[in-house]
Design a protein around this ligand. Structure first.
Ligand SMILES: NC(=O)C1=CN([C@@H]2O[C@H](COP(=O)(O)OP(=O)(O)OC[C@H]3O[C@@H](n4cnc5c(N)ncnc54)[C@H](OP(=O)(O)O)[C@@H]3O)[C@@H](O)[C@H]2O)C=CC1
Ligand SMILES: Nc1c(N[C@@H]2O[C@H](COP(=O)(O)O)[C@@H](O)[C@H]2O)[nH]c(=O)[nH]c1=O
Length: 382
């Protein structure tokens, strides 16, 4: 990798550890992020944002209809006292959990700075307002990664914190941590503005441009690419497939290569099927694996169906029949192609809509490639 390329990555991407890079090139890019010299001045805040983002990423796929949020609490010297994330709707918000942990560990007197990936809430929903919880603590400096995109609550938390005497700093939009914070809430932002989910299509293509696996197999991509697919399944709230895939593969579509969220609520598995061809015994098996199987007879209504069920981010894993129809509708947000070339070489080609803060940013395997695509401004038409 050239030094120029490494710098591009270093400017834009954040390292989320615990995930295996697909090859050495990506590992080097990740190292370049860690070596950024310009982090020095605000190093404790940058470090805290990394920790908060990393913790929030762990709960992507578990929080819907709430967004994933992470929070770090620091002492006045910038040492991290605790890091927490929102686990699921109805459980404490990230800030509340971080404050509770601080108190439990006898660290509250030292709490001075909160670093939060999303603007603290100022309303009572399933839990109380985080702005008030922060104001009731010794914290008087709050760093916010992204403003709340929910039109019903936007701005309220920051205004309340400022009125209560906190210095609130919203990350500059150029900072890599800010991009990661926006990517974390991109599906939530879309859903809270429109009621529609973020749709990511994942497609494996062989050297001849085909999608059909060799006889006797369901997949033909590498172990690393399959693991990425399972990580995407884990991070999303619903899976979409087509009746052709169900009939050909009787697919599991569950999370197996990485640990799934503990105690995950049944999640939607939508099968596009106009002719009623989905076998009842496969539906029963899917239900036994924790899926709530629904049938969609009109692809144009797929986003509506998912959004109404509180799905923020959905992953489409379907065959050529459904993907051709979906591509034509334009009802998708990211289109990730995993291309297997001659000799088993593999290429990841993530296509995102211009100007979007795709949640795929949070997958380090994809981050350098997304950055390269952005540089070339190489996007498919809507
Ligand atoms: N390489 C890869 O990434 C993947 C490959 N595959 C492979 O693909 C093959 C299956 O492909 P395919 O048969 O095309 O199956 P699909 O999974 O694409 O399902 C096709 C079905 O989707 C339904 N459908 C199509 N358009 C619409 C629409 N507008 N609204 C509602 N439903 C719609 C149709 O149902 P109806 O007939 O009722 O109209 C159609 O039969 C398998 O061999 C599988 O292994 C599968 C997934 C991923
Ligand atoms: N062929 C293909 C994929 N295909 C998708 O994976 C499904 C099998 O999932 P499971 O039954 O859970 O193992 C299959 O039916 C289809 O939806 N995925 C990939 O990552 N790479 C591949 O080469």
């Amino acid at each position: 990798m050239s030094a120029r390329r490494a710098n591009v990555v270093a400017r834009r991407w954040i390292y989320v550890p615990r995930v295996r890079p697909l090859d050495g090139t990506i590992g080097l890019a990740v190292f370049a992020v860690d070596a950024r010299p310009e982090m020095t001045e605000q190093a404790p805040i940058a470090r805290a944002f990394r920790a908060a983002i990393e913790e929030a990423v762990r709960f992507m796929g578990a929080t819907a209809p709430n967004p994933p949020v992470g929070c770090a609490i620091l002492d006045r010297h910038g040492a991290i006292l605790t890091v927490a994330a929102h686990h699921r709707a109805g459980s404490p918000h990230a800030e509340a959990l971080a404050l509770r942990r601080c108190a439990e560990q006898g660290l509250m007197a030292r709490a001075a700075i909160a670093v939060v990936t999303l603007e603290p809430c100022n309303h009572t929903g399933r839990t109380g307002p985080c702005s008030e919880a922060i104001l009731a603590s010794p914290i008087r400096t709050v760093w916010v990664g992204a403003a709340d995109p929910n039109p019903r609550v936007a701005g309220g938390g920051i205004a309340r914190l400022r009125a209560g005497g906190c210095a609130v700093q919203v990350l500059d939009h150029d900072m890599e941590a800010a991009a990661a914070c926006r990517a974390l809430i991109a599906p939530f932002g879309l859903w809270s503005r429109t009621g529609l989910p973020w749709l990511t299509v994942k497609q494996a293509v062989d050297a001849a441009g085909g999608m059909i696996p060799p006889a006797g197999r369901h997949t033909f991509t590498s172990d690393a690419a399959l693991t990425l697919a399972h990580r995407l399944r884990r991070a999303t709230d619903a899976i979409v497939t087509g009746s052709g895939t169900v009939l050909a593969d009787r697919p599991g579509l569950d999370v197996r290569r990485v640990a799934d969220h503990a105690g995950r609520a049944p999640r939607l598995l939508v099968v596009c099927d106009r002719r009623g061809r989905v076998p009842a015994d496969w539906r029963a098996h899917a239900a036994a694996r924790g899926f709530d199987v629904r049938i969609c007879q009109d692809i144009a209504r797929l986003p509506e169906l998912l959004g109404a069920a509180g799905v923020l981010w959905a992953l489409v894993e379907a065959g050529p029949g459904l993907l051709t129809a979906l591509r034509a509708t334009g009802l998708w947000n990211d289109w990730l192609t995993i291309g297997v070339g001659p000799g088993g070489t593999e290429r990841l080609d993530p296509a995102v809509r211009v100007g979007t803060d795709t949640p795929l940013r949070l997958f380090p395997e994809l981050a350098p490639r997304l950055a390269a695509a952005e540089e070339r401004a190489c996007f498919p038409a809507s």
